[in-house]
Design a protein around this ligand. Structure first.
Ligand code: SAH
Length: 341
């Protein structure tokens, strides 16, 4: 049986032709899927016979909300249970411009960043496109609100699940799918250089790219992110320059400020020098404490001073609002827990 949520409209059309059905039925089915139905029986404009045939080749539901908690700032963190029993987390945030869904793309993560809770739990498997898209559909159903922005900043490394993430983005972006503009979709990566270049070469894809940089010095970045041993800062920056050249799109550099580690005035100047002349933006994140974490958050004064220092050198920098930290839904706090935990 296939997970129908993993499929493009064209793939469903081909399947229908194969079972001797009319191609146009696929459009009706596809539309129902993105209205969030869980069963073919809800597709009221299909014949009983077709529904029986569809049930023989496809299933629809691939995850469910096992639990959710709401923060005092309105952020909601969801525990989603996949069909195989594995659990992931997704987050809904309210912004002035609309609702943003932060989705997971893997059960666990291989990257091992030492400040991130998702890394502590080990890697189990990648999510399929349907499992990624369904997180958004479930959030919309539970909250009764539309999602207007999607960030791949939940559990997992999106560029380590490249094909499925790209397919999910296409389904999210598709006017007949979730119809969310590519400019309202952001991927965040720890810096998988070959995949950044591959993404640059995907001509039609206009989504935003965010790079978790966190330091402009190799020894510091390596101490925080093991991936830096494989791809140095220079290699990441060169891949970013290639991306900007190919796409003419601005890159966001994420920089989590850690007290005494990467937050000095000299660090800001060093970073400004590294990014000089690039079409980019720096998003400063006050680091969130995780269980058994070794890092402390920089003081607000230091964070603002870091921002001002970057701005004074012509590097646009803003401080990310901390949403959902009271419910462990903030950056780096998502884990592959089970309901019992
Ligand atoms: N794997 C992707 C997406 C992960 S999370 C990536 O590495 O980019 C999204 C952002 O939150 C990343 O920039 C990540 O580095 C950051 N982050 C992780 N743990 C954090 C923490 N404890 N405090 C603040 N930001 C954190």
């Amino acid at each position: 049986m296939k997970n129908i949520r993993d499929l493009y409209l064209e793939e469903i059309e081909n399947d229908l032709l194969e079972i001797g059905e009319k191609k146009y039925r696929a459009k009706q089915i596809f539309a129902w899927l993105f209205r969030g139905v869980d069963s073919f029986d809800e597709m009221t404009d299909l014949s009983k016979e077709l529904i029986i045939k569809l049930k023989e080749i496809y299933y629809i539901k691939n995850l469910e909300i096992a639990n959710f908690v709401e923060s005092k700032d309105g952020t909601i963190k969801y525990l989603m249970r996949l069909n195989d029993g594995n659990c992931i987390e997704s987050v809904k945030m309210k912004y002035k411009y609309g609702n943003c869904a932060c989705v997971s793309n893997q059960v666990g993560c291989k990257m091992g960043c030492n400040f991130c809770a998702s890394a502590k739990i080990g890697f189990v498997r990648s999510l399929t496109p349907g499992e990624i898209v369904s997180q958004i559909l479930e959030i919309e159903k539970q909250s009764g609100e539309k999602i207007s922005n999607v960030v791949f900043m939940g559990i997992g490394e999106p560029l380590d699940n490249y094909d499925n993430v790209l397919k999910a983005i296409n389904l999210i972006n598709n006017p007949k799918g979730l119809n969310i503009g590519a400019r309202h979709i952001s991927i965040s990566t720890c810096g998988l250089v070959p995949k950044i270049k591959q993404l640059a070469d995907e001509n039609e894809l206009q989504c935003n790219l965010c790079i978790s940089l966190h330091s402009s010095r190799d020894e510091v970045r390596t101490s925080m992110m093991p991936i830096n041993k494989k791809y140095s800062i220079k290699e990441v920056i060169d891949a970013c320059k290639y991306y900007i050249e190919k796409t003419n799109r601005r890159i966001t550099f994420e920089y989590a400020l850690v007290d005494g580690v990467n937050d000095s005035y000299e660090d800001a100047m060093h970073l400004a020098k590294l990014l000089k002349g690039m079409l980019c933006h720096v998003n400063l994140i006050p680091i969130n404490k995780i269980k058994d974490g070794i890092y402390e958050k920089s003081s607000t004064d230091k964070i603002l001073a870091f921002r001002d220092a970057l701005n004074s050198k012509g590097i646009v920098a803003t401080v990310r609002r901390e949403l959902g930290s009271d419910i462990s839904a903030a950056c780096g706090q998502l884990v592959r827990q089970t309901k019992e935990e």
